[in-house]
Design a protein around this ligand. Sequence first.
Ligand SMILES: C[S@@+](CC[C@H](N)C(=O)[O-])C[C@H]1O[C@@H](n2cnc3c(N)ncnc32)[C@H](O)[C@@H]1O
Length: 353
Amino acid sequence: MTEQLTGDGLMTYEADNRDAGQTVSTKCSARSPSPSSRLAAVQNSELKLTKANAALRPQVSAPDAFRDPALKKAAFYADDSVLIFNMDIREAMAHLEKAGVLVNCIVTSPPFYGQRDYGVDGQIGLEAHPVEFINSLVSCFESCKPVLAENGSLWVNIGDTYWSGKGEHKSGEEKQGARRFGLRPQDKKGDGLLCKPKQLLLIPHRFAIGMQDRDWIVRNDNVWVKPNPIPDQVRDRCSMSHEYVFHFVKSRWYYFNKNPVGRKAASGKTLPPADTWEIAPARSSHTHKARFSEELVRIPVLSTTPDGGVVLDPFGGSGTTLAFARRHGFRAIGIDIKREFCESMVQQLRELE
Ligand SMILES: C[S@@+](CC[C@H](N)C(=O)[O-])C[C@H]1O[C@@H](n2cnc3c(N)ncnc32)[C@H](O)[C@@H]1O
């Protein structure tokens, strides 16, 4: 094994994996403590440096990574452990990539198809056809790829949408208010193929397949079960009470620490968490109607962010992910196209001080 310190403050090493007959080349922190005994064993060279073991070595951005002057200039808010960008994801990713920032865990909830109008040019979610929406969403996550560590993870919370085809909604029912904002794409006539009345569009799985087509590996389609869903006033189908949290990775070998999030078996062994998560939805704030619960980011952040690592929420909204990441000692990056939401991210972080 050979090790050397690179100009960007990251440690790289190369290891000969004789079993696989291949060379592992990765970047790791020079100073990262170990979150699990297996990792400790890898770092102490007690275990053979297979690709799987090598992936446990954190690839962590240097402590001064957030101090890049061009990055700070582009940011809406910047300090040594937080960066917030008020712009389209793809633009923010270009800044991060240029500054050489690496993130370990991306966890986010993009706009769901046809559910909200955030009233900002460039927002995604209101494309005329679901396929256009999926293409926009996949392009947003493609732009995240260069910034995500090779052994990092991407977690995406996404729910589904029915095509209605009934034209603009007439009822003034208050609970549905934020979801009724004039003529939504799914209220239009439709193409008679995928887009026909009563059709569940299967957006989450179409999106996941779109991601597979771009070389992402799907590890789980975790199901978020909502114990008290908003009544959806239907007579001829079951009431919807779940969303998905997809776990994607770039490579077969990635960082995953089940210890802080696992289930205890009778034997005392820690098992990985189950792929169904029963979590009560968060109350919407006065500024953000689609806030998600902190509990939803717990497994993603704690299992796939190594000590000293960076968490990114590219559709940051009110800043739920950033606040959770900061409270657990991780650096955090948030992006939102709407200025008001960037202000609320800063506010959430100030409340932690
Ligand atoms: C479902 S909300 C996220 C809510 C967030 N998880 C929370 O807990 O508050 C989606 C967010 O994506 C933002 N957004 C929409 N299009 C965007 C784009 N192209 N680039 C960056 N942000 C965008 C919206 O302004 C909105 O705040």
